[in-house]
Design a protein around this ligand. Structure first.
Ligand code: GDP
Length: 203
């Protein structure tokens, strides 16, 4: 898949206004500031695709991108970051409802790329997302990002701890280390997306 062909389609505030998926849909989710925008930009190779370093917790919009050939109707969906402490209970509730409903209702959702800062794995909101996704039998691929911020030993330790904490979910969840700075794990992330978008890896 040529991920550099990703094109911004639109931002929506409500799920009802998302276009109906005809092809395959993959969503990016994660705590606010975990590095989701940076991961999206690194994976697509488009530096300004998703806006990084915005004020945490401000973006509540769902950003929609088309991927590859437009006629394939494949979507990448950038879900609003969750878990930012300094927002009202009402906004937190709205996020919860939106994310839960998205996971429960998007029929063409093939998998969720869950972006987690390797220094803070599996915070309560992450576990909630994982529970929603596994309940609906959606695949999750976790990018333990900002791996460059830890020594190799500490990064590996975080990886193995996270992996063993989620082992009970079996094949539904896969995990890798990632860095938007060093591009560690970029190939592995592309491979997972290729798998989800049905690209024949032997071609
Ligand atoms: P988002 O809120 O999840 O979209 O997070 P951003 O992508 O905006 O990243 C939040 C902050 O973390 C920014 O200052 C980024 O430059 C930084 N960041 C994101 N990914 C990495 C990474 O892999 N390594 C390092 N060192 N910093 C990162």
């Amino acid at each position: 898949m040529n991920y550099t062909k990703t094109i911004f389609l639109k931002s929506v505030a409500e799920l009802d206004t998302l276009p109906q998926a005809l092809g395959i849909e993959v969503a990016f989710a994660g705590r606010s500031n975990a590095g989701k925008s940076s991961a999206l930009n690194t994976i697509t190779g488009i530096r300004s695709l998703a806006k990084t370093s915005k004020t945490p917790g401000r973006t509540q919009l769902i950003n929609l991108f088309t991927l590859g050939e437009p006629e394939d109707n494949n979507f990448l969906v950038d879900l609003p970051g969750y878990g930012y402490a300094k927002v009202s209970a009402a906004i937190k509730k709205r996020w919860e409802e939106l994310l839960n409903k998205y996971i429960a209702t998007r029929q063409h959702l093939k998998g969720i790329m869950l972006i987690i800062d390797i220094r803070h794995p599996l915070m309560p909101n992450d576990l909630q997302m994982i529970n929603w996704c596994t309940y609906h039998k959606h695949n999750i691929h976790i990018l333990l990002t900002k791996a460059d911020k830890l020594t190799k030993n500490h990064a590996n330790k975080a990886f193995f701890n996270t992996e063993s904490n989620l082992a009970k979910h079996g094949d539904l969840i896969s995990i890798q280390k990632f860095s938007a700075v060093t591009k560690e794990g970029l190939e592995e992330a592309h491979k997972k997306l290729d798998e989800w978008f049905g690209i024949n890896l032997d071609d």
